[in-house]
Each structure stands twice: as C-alpha cells, then as structure tokens.
Design a protein. Structure first.
Length: 293
C-alpha cells in the first residue's frame, strides 16, 4: 500500500492516529520537504514516530517518483506531507503514477491552511478561489493571480493568498551550469506580499486592491500550540504594509483579502486582531456596507 499522509500544520503530534498507524507499518517513510514546512525539525518527528524519515525534495518527488513507489505493491510505503495531501498538485501527480503502476493507494487527511484559515473569524463558505503569490524578480512578475482576486471580489468573496516559499532553489547561473548548489531558504513576508499586490494593482489599475480601503488579514504559524506563536493581524493593506515585520511573527505567512460580503459576525470576530479597531469598523461599515451592532 502506498500511503500519502497529512501531518497537519504544527508539530509531530498533529498526525492523526490513522496516519501514525500507517507510518509504523511502513517499510520506508518519506518526508516531502519543499511545498511547505513544519514548525519542528525532522529529528522530532523521527523520535515520536519511531521511524527514520527519508527527505524527499522536489527532484525526488517530481522526477524520481519510481524510487519512492518501489515495492509499494508488496509492502507499505508512506509519503508524509505538511497539511493535507491534496494541498499541492505534486501529491495528486504521484498518486496518479501509483495508480498507473497498479499500486493500491490510501490518503490520510489532516488540517491545512485551506480550512485553518477560519481561525481569523471569516467563514469558510465565504471564500472564493485561493491564489498563490510568488517572489517577483526584475524580469519576472506574474500577475495572473490578480484576475482570480478580481473574480472573487466581484462576487464579494474572500481570497486566501498563499505566500511563496523557496526551499532548495538554484540560482539561474547554477541552474544553467548544472551545479547542485542551492540558495538559502526564503519565505515571503506580509510586507513583501502587500508591496507586490500594490505594485500589480498600480500596473493593472482595476481598483480591486485599494491600499486605504481594502481590508486584509495577515496570518502566521496557523495551528501553533505555543502561546503567541500563531499571529493574526487585521487592517487595511496600507496599515499592514507599514507594520514592523516582527508584528507578523515567524513564517509561514498567509494573507486574506476580505470580500465585500463581510458579515457583521466575521467583522466583530476579526476586530480583536485589528491594528486600529476604529479604522477596521469604519471601513467595514462605510466601504463594505457591513451592519455592525
């Protein structure tokens, strides 16, 4: 059996009982280590699971899946992923490869940012399409995400913006020269995300993202169990963009663009985390048409 097991969002104890049973029964256990990160080191996982973990980087998962799937038709093999297994297309692809090889597969689900985002107080059924925001370079500034945000905005829906992470990435020079030299890990911060969103709004000019009138919610380390480690900060894009980076805590960061169908209960829940409560309530009332108690 080939298991794809979600680890949840925080540490070694977030795995489900069903997932842990699958890990303990497996001959080999791989830890996918590039689409997201856990908040603990691999060694803590190994100690808790009682199993040695094999780090599976992008090259292994995308280019050498046969190595992972080897003998999975005869014995249990597990692939561990942060969050939920279907949070990245990479995991869908390896399941399809397993099926093509007639290898039985089983998915063990867990919490991911896609549902834990509800911790900010916005209702999950009021979210539209999630989008990804990548690091811009001088020559590459993809903006197709803006169209998805606009579509959500037109429907009054919230948008979850997943911020880029760069793990085991190569520079253009090293990539061209075929040198396996990797850049230090980078994780997009809320100020960087806000700056890039405003840059795209300036170039596109459709008025979807107004610095002083668009409400947004910054989230970091969602699901963390230590007091103060999970951070939620609400405000306008302008307010979030001018906060000291330390306000947002350690990565991983996510950003929610608040939709115009904002319900008063959502507004009141999120107000607890606002940079400026009066500003939050005024804009919710005057711009979003939110009826507050």
């Amino acid at each position: 059996m080939f298991y794809v097991i979600g680890l949840g969002l925080c540490d070694e104890k977030d795995i489900t009982v069903r997932g842990l049973e699958a890990v303990k029964s497996s001959t080999r256990v791989y830890l996918e280590a590039y689409t997201s990160i856990l908040m603990v080191q691999k060694e803590r996982l190994e100690e808790f699971y009682g199993k040695e973990l094999i780090l599976a980087d992008r090259d292994m998962v995308e280019m050498s899946s046969d190595e992972i799937l080897k003998d999975a038709d005869k014995e249990d093999i597990s692939l561990l992923v942060v969050g939920d297994p279907f949070g990245a297309t990479t995991h869908t692809d390896i399941i399809l490869r397993a099926r093509a090889l007639k290898i039985p597969t089983r998915v063990v689900h867990n919490a991911s940012i896609m549902n834990a985002v509800g911790a900010c107080g916005l209702q999950l059924y009021n979210f539209g399409q999630a989008v990804s925001l990548v690091f811009f370079t001088e020559s590459w500034k993809p903006d197709s995400f803006y169209d998805r945000i606009k579509e959500n905005s037109d429907l009054g829906m919230h948008t979850l913006v997943l911020l880029d992470i760069k793990v085991k990435e190569q520079s253009e020079e090293n990539l061209i020269r075929g040198r396996k030299i990797y850049e230090p890990p980078r994780y997009m911060s809320i100020p960087t995300a806000v700056s890039q969103l405003q840059e795209v709004e300036t170039s596109r000019g459709d008025g979807v993202l107004s610095p002083d009138k668009t409400l947004a919610i910054a989230m970091s380390r969602v699901g963390a169990h230590t007091d103060g480690e999970q951070r939620i900060v609400c405000g306008t894009l302008a307010e979030l963009g001018t906060q000291d980076p330390s306000v947002f805590g350690e990565p991983l960061h996510s950003l929610v663009i608040v939709g115009k169908r904002l319900h008063h209960l959502e507004c009141e829940f999120a107000e607890e985390f606002a940079v400026d409560r009066k500003s939050w309530r005024d804009i919710a009332r005057d711009v979003y048409g939110c009826t507050l108690e």
